[in-house]
Design a protein around this ligand. Structure first.
Ligand code: NAD
Ligand code: TDX
Length: 338
């Protein structure tokens, strides 16, 4: 199997690349990434250096570059993860989200189909469904109702992929996953931001009343689901992927878990102004992928959090290097005094 993974230097993409090298060592893997502020080649450099994978630096919006790549290599499968992924950044500037998530996805999809790539898996998010009230869970037929520019751009790309599957009978599939956490996550997202800030004895900026609920999934469980969908998913379908009921947790409780694991005091918590149009609650019904492909989340939240905290403790150099770059200035400029 000849596979292209886009966004392979980002959080989920790099975890997936490591996972597939271990689980499917016979696969030939090309890792593509533009290396934006969120892409870090260090995440997969061991695989590149040992020639287990090939790395290509390319922007998915660049038609000429993408076309040349597909002309030079006959891929069987594209796992498409490249995206602008941070909600707060999309509130400060939506243009790059439309560029990468909508135009980039369309460009890649069109090149993949044009060059006879058999299968295209588009990795999307539960955020396309909008926000839930206190009860209920998203199913695959829940109407799309995105609230942030990020979620709107993902919803638009999902629809282009599904339309392509219908119109051209193309083997494209969309997955929609809840919040991931684990190693290599860029420390602008809640869990790595709060772990690393706490380790530096910096404040943990908790938005609003801290009672917004997310459904947390350990990143390797997401990788498991993506492999199942890639190998056995039905073309043209959407598959919801998500955390177990016990992993549907308010941000305040996630914060206390982190503080407890690190032996830090709750006076590090700083209540800050809420995110505009902050989705109140996400929860996913994953019974379709469970019934069809036998997938379910396997890592209990306390175990996943222990592993994650241990990884950030053991890899201080990694996150200190990441935090000293673009992240620091973006955060100081937009959040410190919000
Ligand atoms: P990330 O921001 O950590 O990584 C995204 C990667 O895409 C980076 O390496 C970046 O350099 C690359 N990239 C950005 N623009 C590009 C472009 N124009 N061309 C090529 N590469 C480009 O994101 P992530 O958290 O790993 O998310 C990966 C995918 O999974 C995204 O599509 C996201 O929408 C989706 N997703 C994420 C989560 C989550 O909790 N993190 C949950 C559900 C779905
Ligand atoms: O500093 C913070 N303080 C805070 O209270 C940050 C960064 C976040 N939060 C809150 C906002 C959310 O309710 O924590 C929750 C999680 O926030 P993020 O980590 O920014 O994730 P979220 O907005 O839920 O989106 C994530 O999950 C779905 C990913 O970033 C998306 O890429 C994915 O699609």
């Amino acid at each position: 199997m000849n596979v292209l993974i886009t966004g392979a230097a980002g959080f989920i993409g790099s975890n997936l690349t490591h996972y597939l090298c271990a689980e499917r060592p016979q696969w030939k893997i090309t890792a593509l990434d533009a290396l934006t502020y969120a892409g870090n080649l260090e995440n997969i450099s061991a695989l590149v250096d040992s020639k287990k994978i090939r790395f290509v630096r390319s922007d998915i919006v660049d038609q000429v570059g993408v076309e040349a790549l597909f002309a030079s290599e006959r891929f069987d499968l594209v796992l498409h993860l490249a995206a602008e992924s941070h909600v707060d950044r999309s509130i400060h500037g939506a243009d790059v989200f439309v560029r990468t998530n909508v135009l980039g996805t369309q460009n890649l999809l069109s090149a993949a189909r044009g060059h006879g790539v058999k299968r295209f898996v588009h990795i999307s998010t539960d955020e396309v469904y909008g926000s839930l009230g206190p009860t209920g869970r998203f199913v695959e037929s829940t109407p799309l109702d995105p609230t942030s520019p990020y979620a709107a751009s993902k919803a638009a790309s999902d629809l282009m992929v599904l339309a392509c599957a219908k119109t051209h009978k193309y083997e494209a599939i969309v997955t929609r996953c809840t919040n991931n956490y684990g190693p290599y996550q860029f420390p602008e997202k809640l869990i790595p931001l709060f772990i690393t800030n706490a380790l530096e004895n910096k404040k943990l900026p908790l938005y609003g009343d801290g009672m917004n609920v997310r459904s947390w999934l350990y990143v390797t469980d997401h990788c498991d689901a993506l492999l199942a969908v890639a190998e056995r998913g039905r073309a043209g379908e959407v598959y919801n992927i998500g955390g177990a009921a016990e992993a549907e947790i308010p941000n305040r409780d996630v914060t206390f878990t982190i503080l407890k694991l690190l032996g830090k005091n709750s006076d590090l918590i700083e209540k800050v102004a809420d995110r505009p149009a902050h989705d109140r609650r996400y929860a996913i019904d994953y019974s379709k992928i469970n019934k069809e492909l036998g997938w379910k989340p396997r890592t209990p939240f306390p175990d996943g959090m222990q592993k994650t905290v241990d990884w950030y403790l053991a890899n201080r150099g990694w996150w200190e290097r990441v935090k000293s770059g673009d992240y620091a200035t973006f955060y100081e400029k937009n959040y410190r005094n919000r």
